[in-house]
Design a protein around this ligand. Structure first.
Ligand code: TRP
Length: 338
């Protein structure tokens, strides 16, 4: 991972608020954001407008999850005095920029975007693709460029969005004969993807294999019990396998005592270490890690008005930045009359 370290860099990152955040988000982005906020100027977007592009049948779900995601952010230690948390839909300039950028992108180019292609298959849209969904890469380019972000932490699957954004930036700047917009770079985390408790490649709410950040002690206990290990490891004495063994993948991701984990792996492979011992350690590690997050979440939940205030202030601050960029873009396009 490249890490230029100075406050010159503005980071834009965000999530679609489609459900509460889970350990997969924690590994893939949240714990990095807690780090980034001390190194960079960080804007974190709750992308509710983007979430609507494939949830128009259930806007209430998106509305409600804006608060859930905000609670998760605050619970993991994203500090509103260091990071700016904003709600995408409340910044109309982002929609305006999207509308202008649409003319810098062709339908054919959007059709070639590998992420969009994948997502269309995943959602079984076939030919019935909402136009808003199809064009969300353009809206994402608006998000990134509105804040003149130079670094965008995203999972591997979002890299085509960054490429598409930079094409728009170059095309626009050439048109404007001035470097108004800023090219950006993806920041891809080392451990990008956490498997689900069932061993499937990706932890996700829709697959029902997630451990949410706000899970209760009992939920964590039950989830650990169901964690996929090694189907060939029938008796304690049998040699165990580590490939695809979710218990060990999670220990690698969350246990800070790397030596103890290495010793356990060695013992497991040799034979003589039962799954129940491995899971007992995993449970301890997860309970200790998630307890303070859950407690902080519960504190914030008691005062949702305060959380809304944080979102409002962050959004207002972000809007000023986006409005400035939008004015520059409009002027360059001859859309300034008074
Ligand atoms: N597409 C991102 C996701 O699905 C969310 C997002 C919207 C985003 N706008 C962004 C991420 C701008 C980074 C930068 O999670």
């Amino acid at each position: 991972m490249n890490q230029p370290s100075d406050k010159q860099h503005l980071i834009l990152t965000g999530d679609r608020p489609t459900g509460p955040l889970h350990l997969g988000h924690f590994v893939g982005s949240l714990r990095n954001r807690v780090m980034y906020q001390d190194k960079y100027q960080q804007f974190i977007m709750i992308a509710d407008a983007q979430a609507l592009t494939d949830n128009m049948d259930n806007p209430a779900k998106i509305h409600d999850n804006v608060m859930e995601v905000a609670l998760d952010y605050l619970a993991v230690g994203i500090d509103p005095s260091k990071s700016t948390i904003l709600i995408q839909s409340q910044i109309p300039e982002l929609t305006e920029l999207t509308f202008y950028y649409m003319n810098l992108v062709t339908i054919a180019r959007l059709e070639r975007n590998p992420t969009i292609k994948q997502e269309i298959i995943l959602r079984n849209f076939e030919r019935d693709i909402p136009a808003g969904f199809f064009t969300y890469p353009v809206s994402q380019a608006a998000d990134i460029t509105a804040f003149k972000a130079s670094l965008v932490p995203v999972g591997e699957d979002q890299i085509p969005m960054i490429e598409q954004t930079n094409e728009i930036v170059r095309r626009f700047n050439r048109l404007a004969k001035k470097d108004i917009l800023v090219e950006c770079e993806a920041l891809v985390p080392e451990i990008g993807r956490l498997p689900g408790i069932d061993g499937k490649a990706k932890m996700s709410k829709s697959l029902g294999n997630a451990i949410n950040l706000g899970s209760s002690e009992a939920e964590i206990k039950a989830a650990v019990k169901n964690v996929y290990t090694d189907p060939l490891h029938l008796r304690v004495d049998d040699p165990g396998h580590l490939e695809g063994n979710v218990a060990f993948i999670y220990l690698d991701a969350f246990d800070t005592d790397k030596e103890a984990v290495a010793a356990m792996k060695e013992h497991y492979v040799r034979g003589g270490l039962g799954d129940s011992k491995v899971k007992a350690r995993l449970e301890t590690v997860l309970q200790e890690m998630l307890r303070p997050i859950r407690e902080r979440r519960q504190e914030y939940e008691k005062d949702r008005g305060h959380v809304l205030q944080i979102l409002k202030q962050g959004t207002e601050k972000a809007r000023e930045v986006a409005a400035k960029t939008n004015a520059e873009v409009m002027a360059a396009l001859g859309l300034k009359h008074f």
